[in-house]
Write a protein that binds this ligand. Structure first.
Ligand code: GDP
Ligand code: ZN
Length: 313
């Protein structure tokens, strides 16, 4: 059997890379899977054992244990998850302060997605070239917020090239997942970093500031300067109905750290007495935007569970 890396999945076929050659592979028979309830058995980034049927096609026999993985709620089954990628060294989130406006709700959801496996995150604030002084101030505010929690933050511009060499240095020799809501300039940034990618960019089409996307499958591409990039198109919003309330609490880094001092060890940091998290929010030690984003997600998760219980009757 040969070892390879899955670089793309199109449903029933998987493209597997081995020593710079690509093979079209299928799953034959049953794979031994871990107890992850995922709607897709194999993710981009998976290391697999496969056998060749001919020069270009093969069968996947086994998925090797994953170092880590990133999942999102399955669009079809709310309590199942969809594997986005596995074995990643770094997750990069592209955002911007303006055009479109920054959405901390999305940043925090992205961080909630990468946190269960402690995947290092770099948040890139793109379009630095068009930030006015007040936008730069806002950037500095968010930079200190997120670096304070333990994430890396950079500003950059796909147009003027600011900080692109630094980003390249960070990506070099790593497998990095990259995401961003449409319109933030992720495609432009990738093309500027790695011109061989030749991805299509879209002009922001209307006043809503939303762009468009062509594909929705994650795909891994090698970087000419070393490393691999897993692009994840089509992540527009992130829901967490595969989580329980305490999963949310455990994966907001600073909330989890503070929760040791809460009176109740299953504290959800809302109305419970002697809640250390709420005290720190009031003191300004835990950021209010983060706390409100936390509350919003917790409420969504709870509403969902409530309606499901009551629909069973
Ligand atoms: P994507 O949807 O995130 O892949 O975004 P695109 O790369 O398609 O870019 C969306 C729009 O933002 C396009 O009109 C780009 O020209 C513009 N854009 C991308 N990066 C920058 C940047 O660094 N500065 C400025 N001013 N515009 C940018
Ligand atoms: Zn608490």
């Amino acid at each position: 059997m040969i070892t390879g890396v899955v670089i793309k999945s199109t449903g029933s076929w998987y493209i597997v890379r081995c020593a710079d050659k690509l093979y079209n592979c299928r799953i034959v028979g049953k794979l031994r899977l871990d107890d992850l309830k995922s709607t897709n058995p194999i993710a981009v980034g998976d290391r697999v054992l496969f056998t060749l049927e001919n020069e270009t096609e093969g069968q996947i026999n086994e998925v090797l244990p994953r170092d880590n993985y990133v999942v999102r709620q399955s669009p079809r089954k709310k309590h199942n998850v969809h594997l986005i990628a596995s074995n990643v060294d770094l997750a990069v989130l592209v955002v911007t302060i303006v055009r479109p406006d920054v959405k901390t709700g999305f940043i925090d959801r992205f961080l909630l997605m990468t946190e269960p496996y402690d995947i290092p995150v770099l948040i890139v604030f793109n379009k630095w070239d068009i930030y006015k002084p007040k936008d730069k101030e806002h950037f500095e505010y968010l930079e200190s917020l997120y670096t304070g929690i333990g994430y890396n933050v950079l500003y950059a511009s796909a147009i003027t090239g600011e900080n692109l060499n630094l980003i390249k240095d960070i990506l070099k020799d790593k497998t990095s997942l990259i995401s961003g809501q449409s319109g933030v300039g992720k495609t432009s940034l990738l093309n500027a970093i790695e011109p061989t990618l030749d991805l299509k960019t879209f002009q922001i089409s209307d006043y809503t500031g939303k762009g468009q996307h062509t594909t929705t499958f994650a795909e891994m591409t090698p970087l000419t300067f070393g490393g691999d990039l897993i692009d994840t198109p089509g992540i527009k919003s992130l829901a967490f109905n595969h989580f329980e309330v305490l999963d949310v609490a455990h994966n907001f880094k600073e909330i989890f750290e503070a929760s040791d001092a809460c009176k109740y060890n299953n504290c959800t940091h809302r109305n419970e007495p002697k809640c250390a998290v709420k005290e720190l929010v009031e003191m300004g030690e835990i950021n209010e935007i983060r706390y409100n984003n936390y509350l919003q997600i917790v409420e969504e998760v709870e509403d969902q569970n409530y309606w499901e219980r009551h629909n069973d009757i």
